[in-house]
Write a protein that binds this ligand. Structure first.
Ligand SMILES: [Zn+2]
Length: 283
């Protein structure tokens, strides 16, 4: 058997060997099903920069849509993550922005087509996409950790009929399924089933009932107003982690716009890197 020799080339790349330690905004509270490697404390994990193979995987459109690209890359770049699909999507967003930062650098630009210019455009007029700078670190710095008080406050909901629902944060796989709900090929019954299933997933118990079948049956008979109270709370409660609010001022009409609606950490991987921006500004 040959002895494993240390590669002198690799030892010169400290960040590749040691990685970067990041703290998940959930602090790992709630993870008790082998989602993270045993021994992970406070949700602190090591992240390694992406390689060529990771870049190829993450830019494969089909795999991206299915969510499998993200899972594959996270298993490679964050070995402490054992079940990426079972992580909360707010943690996944944070990891993706950090991964983008350590792999490609902090700065990038994003093409924006100004909504005001679009409204004011005459028929046949083409409104150009203009590049605006964004920084990964800007979002990381504004990140909000999940606190134990938040869990008691935001994840426990008393409905207007006095029933009490105990919720938990949404997982990455559940969010991916939510995106697939509005599929034209689905029948009304299939859509109802998909909505019920995704809401059921984040309900731990209702009053003192935790039987899944009972809760599901109850959800299906719940009046729409009460259902809306639950849906509103689920989206409000998931407000920790990164905040993608970001204002730009249109270079043409000078109107201010919050572009959070186009800021999606998965799409950050198709934006130019700091190096590319520097190169294009020189040419
Ligand atoms: Zn404009």
């Amino acid at each position: 058997m040959s002895e494993a020799k240390e590669n002198p080339l690799l030892s010169k790349m400290k960040n590749v060997i040691q990685g970067t330690t990041i703290g998940l905004p959930s602090k790992g509270l709630f993870y008790d099903n082998g989602e993270l490697e045993e021994g992970v404390v406070n949700g602190e994990i090591v992240l390694y920069p992406m390689t060529t193979l990771d870049e190829i995987i993450i830019r494969t459109p089909d795999m991206l849509l299915q969510g499998t690209a993200i899972e594959k890359v996270l298993l490679r770049c964050a070995p402490a993550i054992k079940k990426p699909a079972d992580l909360f999507f707010r943690d996944i967003d944070y990891i993706l922005v950090m991964l983008r930062l350590i792999s490609y650098g902090d700065k990038t630009t994003i093409p924006v087509q100004c909504p005001s210019c679009l409204t004011d455009a005459e028929e046949g007029e083409v409104v150009p996409h203009i590049e605006y700078p964004i920084s990964m670190d800007h979002f990381i710095k504004k990140s909000k950790a999940l606190e134990l008080e938040d869990i008691e406050k935001n994840y426990v909901l008393t409905l207007s009929n006095s029933m009490v629902i105990y919720l938990r944060p949404s997982k990455y796989a559940e969010m991916m399924n939510m995106y697939k709900i509005n599929d034209d090929s689905k029948s009304s019954e299939e859509i109802e089933e998909a909505i019920t299933t995704s809401i059921l997933a984040v309900i731990k118990r209702v009053d003192d009932v935790s039987d899944r079948e009972f809760i599901k049956e109850w959800l299906k008979q719940l009046p729409i107003t009460l259902m809306r109270e639950i849906i509103a709370r689920i989206s409000e409660a998931n407000n920790w982690g990164l905040d993608f609010s970001y204002n730009i001022t249109c270079k043409d009409c000078k109107t201010k716009h919050n572009i959070s609606y186009i800021l999606n950490p998965v799409s950050f991987f198709t934006l130019p890197s700091s190096q590319e921006i520097e190169r294009s500004s020189k040419s």
